[in-house]
Design a protein around this ligand. Structure first.
Ligand SMILES: [Zn+2]
Length: 176
């Protein structure tokens, strides 16, 4: 890391802290040659995640695109944009934890719908209508009826998804 003032190669770190979003580490450095101070940022170089579409084409996972779709579906509904951004974060994290460089677009859509459905029925229907591209009214009706029959479980009542670890530790007799 060359000093931006004198070009010397050696510096020492005088302060190090996480950035506000926690996605980068901010380091304050002091040049060992001219003693001037400068700042560097270190962030994770996440590998590109590809989404494979139905027709086999690949495109980079695009947070903004997913968020855009969610925002459109949630228009005039009582959903904070920050909640949707959080949703995109969750989805991206979950996808990345699968340790695959490619994921089917179907999976991304299903993950978004699953979450949206718990949040707001109208936004869910809107998103599903675009995502599933309903062929006709009959097709849409099936989705509507499904929502009516299985209303979203309100926040707080949703049972926490059990992780694989819990399952392994859970004695069998507790599951009955
Ligand atoms: Zn210097």
């Amino acid at each position: 890391m060359r000093c931006p003032f004198c070009g010397a190669a050696d510096s020492k770190v005088v302060d190090s802290r996480d950035s506000e979003t926690g996605e980068a580490v901010r380091r304050r450095r002091e040049c060992l040659n001219c003693t001037k101070r400068f700042t560097t940022y270190e962030r994770v170089d996440a590998p590109v995640l590809y989404v494979v579409k139905k027709d086999g084409r690949r495109e980079e996972f695009n947070r903004q695109k997913l968020l855009g779709g969610l925002l459109v579906a949630s228009k005039k509904r009582d959903i904070a944009p920050a909640r949707l951004e959080m949703m995109v974060d969750e989805i991206e994290n979950e996808l990345r934890h699968q340790n695959q460089l490619e994921v089917p677009s179907r999976l991304v859509g299903e993950m978004a719908m699953e979450r949206l459905r718990e949040l707001d029925e109208i936004a869910y229907i809107r998103f599903a209508s675009v995502y599933r591209s309903f062929k006709d009214a009959q097709d849409m009706r099936a989705t509507l009826e499904d929502v009516l029959q299985h209303p979203p479980t309100r926040v707080g009542t949703r049972s926490r998804r059990r992780t694989r670890d819990d399952g392994d530790r859970l004695p069998l007799d507790l599951e009955t």
